[in-house]
Write a protein that binds this ligand. Structure first.
Ligand code: BDP
Length: 682
């Protein structure tokens, strides 16, 4: 099926002039140097060129006379075109693409600083061809902006995926590795094609079976998996259970300061590296949502992380320690507790106490991947500690790959957010790329959205989020629209109206989803547990710390310093003031920061209650429009893809209506205020 190949379809080029143009460069491949990664580049080019042009390039190992692509690492390329001045502009994963005409020969140089750059250059060329771009006079220098470009699988070994919306795991089934190595390889290709260079292959919640991934029972299969990813420049990580010394090692404690525990981790780590010499390291969810951690032993998170870091240090591995730490058993009647403050409160005091191969992984917002949240105040607050930002490509709270929600615009807003940590231009993107504080390690991670559905992502259009995630973190300066356009062309081809419609649908989708779900940044009005569909009070009187405080008079969480939880005080001055004051607090986050009456007037000029009514009515109409636009493509799209997306749009419409009716009715009854436009509210 077409959808299986996602953006690597390499659809045959019909325009003969263009085929001829490419042929002028692509008749043979001259490969300089040898490595598994370079082999991946060669095989991808052969596959792609064959598919685009109808003929496979020949492979040459010596200078040849026909039109050629010459690929290799900089040290192997013997041509003044690729000079030191140019090479010096590359970082470790960077590359150069140059087209030249020498003695009537056309040559395309694909040159990496190291072999991974060569592979990225090959994918870049294939991407240019997907967009049907000419390749004359190319002079491209590319460097990824972020060092870690990571994907986190939330796959369990029984085959289920925590927050998976596209079938079962491609990695595991029945508490074993599934052995579907071909599929894993295709996943590696997809990830590498957009520059991903690290993957953790099991859920952050590590249960009984997965605890054994670090034992001889499973390490051979972990190693096999790592071999596949390595050929695409991707390092393998494992999520570990903090209580492993007890559960695997049969020790009586997992206290990080206990010498036996320390020794155990050192031996264990050594064993892991004997299977996987370039193992990336551990991802750790500790003291969070009932997972074990250092708190059990009255130790802090720095103690907790450092014992692992020490064990990994001799091998060059890192600890990725998650900051999603909060009390999930709160007394909901106690208004002084604020879950949003938890990560900062737990970690900020530990700045500078972590070893330098520990990286803190911080969710983009202070709560949990809601459709709208402010940026976590931890970014910029720890100048002495490596930081990674965590996004969620899986659409847990954003429609579960049933509803359309292209998330690149959301991530972009987060990366562009100025923390003012060192004055102006202290944007999150300058923190996580390591530049602002000169971090040794840093970057971006995200929860994957794939499963074993044929199209990988449930809704075929959700492929855009995986693609867009990779492209954006490679270069945060790309626009959400540029990225979407590339994806649409690679996936759906070049018919103008197809491009326009799908692009349009993607670009509108996040605001539409926001319109019919929880209003103005308040979040959480979602069904508890599975997190799909509306449930206004579902979380209101429970222990999770996720409240909206709606009553007869008003709604919202007062997080101000003056009268509320004081959360705004966790930001640097400029942002603290900005959110603290009703005058400047932006509408879309109003209810995250303030409790206001329903009659409160937004900057938009509408009252809060009227805004709620309007956006919910409008959201449903917009989903109808999405569906209508899409049906215009029936004749243009692959049948299976058309049916798949249409089915999702129908379900999205039903969902949007349910949200509209429940939200509007609820607030109408609570407030007793009529809709100005007298639409039907129950
Ligand atoms: C939440 C999910 C939960 C995860 C948790 C986490 O609902 O399943 O385990 O995040 O990130 O979004 O650890």
């Amino acid at each position: 099926e077409v959808s299986y190949h996602c953006w690597l379809q390499y659809t045959k080029i019909e325009d003969e002039a263009l085929v001829e143009h490419y042929q002028r460069y692509c008749q043979s491949l001259l490969v300089l140097g040898k490595s598994t990664i370079i082999e991946s580049a060669v095989s991808e080019l052969q596959k792609g060129l064959h598919s685009y042009l109808g003929s496979k390039p020949s492979i040459a190992t010596q200078e040849i006379n026909s039109a050629a692509i010459i690929l290799g690492t900089a040290d192997k390329v013997n041509n003044p075109i690729v000079n030191n001045e140019l090479i010096d502009k590359l970082n470790d994963d960077g590359y150069i693409i140059k087209s030249v005409n020498e003695n009537d020969r056309n040559i395309l140089y694909l040159v990496g600083k190291s072999d991974i750059g060569v592979l990225y250059a090959a994918f870049h060329l294939l991407r240019l061809m997907a967009s049907r771009k000419m390749v004359d006079n190319l002079s491209i220098i590319e460097n990824p902006r972020n060092q870690f470009r990571m994907i986190n699988q939330w796959d369990n070994m029984d085959g289920s995926i925590e927050r998976g919306y596209s079938g079962q795991s491609i990695f595991y089934t029945d508490n074993q590795f599934s052995g579907d190595w071909e599929r894993i390889k295709d996943y590696a290709r997809l990830l590498s094609s957009v520059g991903i260079n690290a993957i953790s292959i099991n859920n952050v919640n590590v249960f009984k079976v997965e605890t054994n991934l670090i034992t001889e029972q499973f390490l051979p299969d972990v190693a096999k998996t790592a071999d596949i990813f390595r050929a695409y420049g991707i390092k393998t990580f494992l999520s570990i259970n903090y209580a492993s010394p007890i559960e695997v090692g049969k020790l009586e404690t997992a206290d990080p300061l206990n010498p036996e525990v320390e020794k155990w981790w050192q031996q264990k780590t050594k064993e892991i590296y004997s299977y996987i010499p370039d193992f990336g390291g551990f991802v750790v969810k500790a003291d969070s949502e009932h997972r074990p951690g250092p708190f059990s032993y009255n130790r802090n998170h720095a103690d907790g992380a450092n014992v692992l870091a020490k064990a990994l240090q001799p091998f060059g591995g890192v600890v990725i320690w998650r900051c999603f730490v909060y009390n999930c058993l709160q007394d909901w009647r106690d208004r002084s507790i604020d879950r949003a403050k938890a990560a900062y409160d737990n970690f900020k005091p530990l700045d500078g106490k972590f070893l330098d191969n520990v990286i803190l992984q911080i969710k983009n917002g202070p709560m949990d991947f809601q459709v709208r949240e402010p940026v976590s105040p931890l970014f910029g607050a720890m100048s002495e500690t490596n930081q990674l930002i965590e996004f969620q490509v899986a659409q847990e709270y954003t429609g579960q790959q049933i509803d359309l929600c292209y998330l690149v615009p959301q991530w972009k807003e987060v990366l562009d957010f100025d923390t003012y940590a060192k004055g102006k231009q202290s944007e999150v993107k300058n923190i996580v790329d390591g530049s602002l504080f000169n971090f040794k390690y840093s970057g971006i991670a995200a929860v994957s959205n794939i499963g074993n559905d044929t199209n990988w992502t449930g809704n075929t259009l959700a492929q855009a989020n995986l693609y867009g995630y990779g492209r954006l973190i490679w270069n945060p300066e790309l626009s959400a629209e540029e990225i979407a356009e590339e994806w649409v062309e690679a996936t759906f081809g070049h018919k103008q109206h197809v491009k326009e419609i799908i692009l349009n649908m993607l670009m509108q989708s996040w605001p539409i989803y926001e319109n019919y779900t929880a209003p103005l940044g308040v979040g959480w009005m979602i069904n508890p547990g599975h997190h799909y569909g509306p449930n206004i009070d579902g979380y209101e009187y429970s222990v999770w710390g996720t409240y909206h405080f709606a009553d007869h008079d008003g709604i919202g969480v007062d997080r101000t310093i003056a009268t509320g939880t004081g959360y705004t005080g966790q930001y640097f001055r400029e942002n603290a003031d900005y959110y603290e004051s009703l005058e400047t607090c932006p509408d879309e986050l109003l209810l995250f920061f303030h409790h206001v009456p329903y009659t409160y007037r937004l900057h938009s000029g509408k009252t809060v209650i009227q805004h709620i009514y309007d956006t919910h009515f409008e959201g449903v109409e917009q989903v109808k429009q999405l569906r209508e636009m899409f049906t215009r493509l029936e004749k243009d799209l692959d049948k299976a893809i058309y049916a798949n997306v249409l089915d999702r749009l129908e379900r999205q419409l039903a969902n949007a209506k349910e949200w509209r009716d429940k939200i509007n009715t609820y607030f109408y009854r609570k407030s007793g205020i009529n809709d100005e436009k007298n639409r039907m509210i129950y």
